[in-house]
Design a protein around this ligand. Structure first.
Ligand SMILES: Cc1cc2nc3c(=O)[nH]c(=O)nc-3n(C[C@H](O)[C@H](O)[C@H](O)COP(=O)(O)OP(=O)(O)OC[C@H]3O[C@@H](n4cnc5c(N)ncnc54)[C@H](O)[C@@H]3O)c2cc1C
Length: 480
């Protein structure tokens, strides 16, 4: 479909609009590569005002639009619309202020996660949420997905570190959402809304003081179940590590092949446990953690002697997703949550599922908060293999629900998991969520087709007025 891009060129200039079919293909998917759609047009704004004008133009034309940060999302949240506009924040990468006295920074949405920490580090601070993709993902994407990371066990998710967001609402108005005011916590509703309630144009984030000491331990176990027991025992002993990450034998094999991380040979699972804080406290707790790991059957425990060794331990973990590409032509990244105490049982069931189906599953995950990331391996050249992998992947989510967990921990629902929503929520629950969405976006143009299993116009949701913006309905579209 060819789209008349001149209206958008008038807003951002010709250099900020992409219509060339070859260049458009760069944007046809995010990290979830098996869902693809070429955007009608890509627009690269430089300010909130420009985004507001783009959104108003879309509203006038009845055209859907999708925001995109760095496109690393793993649930297809930034999947574009062939009949719509993809609004990419790559030109909005300024760190506007670092306010150490008030421990906060104000950044544009396209700023890369790690760049906030780099800017704050000279003052002894950093931005705590650390997705494994932190070298490339954007703060706007982090806010939309309420992203987590290895250290969220102790420090919390993005929502715990966002103090305010300037957003462009689906009617084009620019507003600031904060936690300070009276009334409903709209910032709370917005963070994690997967780009469906508006577009973030400025974010005020909390900065966290760098810890006095960080120590990292690698413990190798004969089996993943033993590793799971150790996780429960560590937390049960009252220790709150900054991170506890686990990888199984297949994930270790992939990481070794990719980055030579020197994990103990023959391990059925490794645990990475990181403690941070005042030196005396870390020292003391580390003794407990080492002892517990040994009691739970660790056949090797290794404490990183210096920053280089610590970085190598983490390199294996952080490269694991990509590394799995070395041992399998294709794979699905799953993201589910279970209560931490259910880890050993659920991991054993995943193993059984894998053996029964003949589909290999590599496990690499945030063990401390029960956030599983099974990587379901398949050969995309083999007929039916993708479907079998999809089936195993769905059964793993069923296991999570069965154990009182969730179909997503941090990657979001997007397009990928919308069909699983009815397994977790009743029709009434879903209607209530849609009412929130309709309150923000009555015209249903802001990232439609994401999160909900059956895309519906607002008028089709019980209790919600029809799917046209009230001002358009009143014949006042020219006010936009
Ligand atoms: C190798 C790898 C490792 C990963 N590890 C982790 C991890 O440890 N933890 C984790 O949580 N995630 C992880 N992710 C997933 C992903 O990096 C995060 O979801 C990240 O926050 C997405 O940021 P992005 O800038 O790439 O967003 P995109 O993929 O561009 O967009 C994601 C969603 O945000 C919306 N969006 C983007 N910008 C805005 C904006 N300004 N306003 C409103 N909506 C917006 C989009 O519409 C979309 O719905 C990983 C991904 C990869 C590829």
């Amino acid at each position: 479909m060819t789209m008349d891009a001149s209206r958008f060129e008038a807003i951002v200039g010709a250099g900020g609009v992409i219509t060339d079919p070859v260049r458009l293909r760069t944007y046809e998917c995010d990290g979830l590569t098996h869902h693809r759609a070429t955007p009608g047009v890509v627009v690269l704004p430089e300010s909130a005002q420009q985004i507001s004008e783009i959104v108003k133009e879309c509203l006038r034309l009845g055209m859907p639009y999708v925001a995109r940060g760095s496109g690393t999302g793993l649930s297809g949240g930034a999947l574009p619309r062939t009949d719509g506009v993809l609004i990419v924040t790559a030109r909005m990468r300024r760190i506007l202020s670092i306010d150490i006295e008030n421990q906060r920074a104000v950044v544009e949405p396209g700023v890369i996660n790690l760049d906030v920490s780099k800017a704050a580090r000279p003052y002894g601070y950093y931005f705590a949420p650390d997705p494994s993709s932190q070298q490339i993902c954007s703060i706007g994407g982090n806010v939309a997905e309420n992203s987590g990371g290895a250290h969220c066990l102790k420090y919390g998710f993005t929502s715990h570190h966002v103090l305010a967001c300037e957003i462009v609402c689906p009617d084009g108005e620019i507003v600031e959402l904060t936690r300070d005011g009276a009334g409903y916590d709209l910032l709370g509703a917005f963070v994690g809304s997967e780009g469906t309630l508006g577009i973030t144009t400025k974010v005020t984030v909390r900065l966290t003081r760098l810890p006095e000491t960080v120590q990292t331990l690698l413990a190798a176990f004969g089996s993943i179940e033993a590793g799971g027991e150790a996780v429960s025992a560590i937390i049960g002993a009252g220790v709150v590590p900054a991170a506890i990450e686990m990888m199984d034998a297949l994930a270790i094999e992939a990481a070794e092949a990719a980055v030579h991380c020197d994990y103990p040979p023959g391990a059925g699972a490794v645990l990475i446990v990181e403690l941070d804080g005042p030196s005396a406290e870390v020292e003391h707790q580390f003794k407990d953690v080492t002892r517990i790991c040994q009691e739970m059957g660790a056949f090797e425990t290794r404490i990183a002697a210096d920053d280089a060794e610590r970085a190598l331990i983490w390199k294996g973990r952080k490269s694991a997703f990509a590394a799995v590409g070395r041992i399998s032509p294709a794979y699905l990244v799953q993201d589910g949550v279970i209560p931490r105490t259910a880890l050993p049982g659920v991991l054993a069931r995943i193993d059984a599922l894998s053996r029964e189906s003949g589909v290999r599953v590599a496990n690499v995950f945030h063990a401390g908060d029960g956030n599983l990331h099974p990587l379901v391996l398949f050969d995309d050249a083999e007929p039916g293999a993708a479907e079998r992998a999809e089936e195993v992947s769905g059964k793993i989510l069923d296991l999570c629900i069965e154990h009182g967990g969730s179909i997503t921990g941090e990657h979001g629902v997007g397009v990928d998991k919308s069909r699983y929503m009815p397994r977790m929520f009743t029709e009434g629950d879903l209607d209530t969520m849609q009412m929130v969405r309709c309150a923000f976006d009555p015209a249903g143009l802001c990232n439609p087709g994401k999160v909900f299993p059956t895309p519906r116009l607002c008028g089709e949701v019980p209790g919600v007025r029809k799917g046209v913006h009230p001002l358009v309905e009143q014949g006042k579209a020219d006010l936009f």
